[in-house]
Design a protein around this ligand. Structure first.
Ligand code: IMP
Length: 185
């Protein structure tokens, strides 16, 4: 059994649905892990994994961020702080009148299986909408439209978001690797 260490209901729903569809059950460990202020989400994940005792067994952690192109990738590793302080409305206000609205989400998964660490990345390009739309998802979902789509992540079902999202991509890589290791693929 793999424990997904997260305090975020949305992340757990998205990832556990994908894993379950491939016959891998995830248990939730609803507790925070120390998130260092680092230059990349990969560093946050690697450090975070090390702080969780080996006794917890097989683990998954997820660190993600929103990177706005015109802001040089900000908020990036500061996404959580900016969400708490400015929120979606603050981002919209900051970008009011801008035509360059390109942004991307990135996710880094840290998977520790049998004491060995595996890292997986997922990226989703898109744009920041000009207004908040939709009631689903969490965080910046109401203002993010993945490339080629018209709806924000918050206007999609969990299944639809998983098809396009940064997290969906990281999850597919992790699942592929797990199935390969167990010889089920
Ligand atoms: P965390 O550090 O990975 O928990 O996330 C950093 C910030 O980005 C938090 O404010 C999250 O709500 C937000 N965030 C992470 N993943 C997503 C996503 O898939 N959609 C929208 N916001 C997200």
């Amino acid at each position: 059994m793999i424990k997904f260490v997260t305090t975020n209901d949305g992340k757990f729903k998205e990832v556990s649905e994908m894993f379950a569809a491939k016959g891998i059950e995830l248990e939730r460990l609803n507790q925070p892990y120390p998130e260092i202020q680092a230059d990349s989400i990969g560093d946050v994940v690697e450090y975070g994994l090390k702080t969780i005792p080996a006794g917890e067994g097989d683990l998954l952690i997820d660190d993600s961020g929103l990177f706005i192109e015109k802001l040089g990738g900000f908020p990036g590793v500061y996404s959580s702080f900016v969400y708490k302080t400015l929120g979606c409305q603050g981002i919209l206000k900051l970008m009011m009148g801008w035509t360059a609205r390109e942004a991307r989400f990135e996710t880094c998964f840290g998977l520790r299986i049998g004491g060995e660490t595996h890292i997986f990345h997922g990226k989703c390009e898109g744009v920041i909408s000009t207004e908040m739309r939709g009631k689903g998802g969490f965080g910046y979902d109401p203002v993010f439209i993945p490339k080629g789509q018209r709806r924000t992540f918050a206007q999609m079902t969990v299944k639809e978001k998983n098809e396009f999202s940064h997290r969906g991509k990281a999850a597919r890589s992790a699942i592929k690797s797990l199935l390969k290791e167990s010889g089920d693929e």
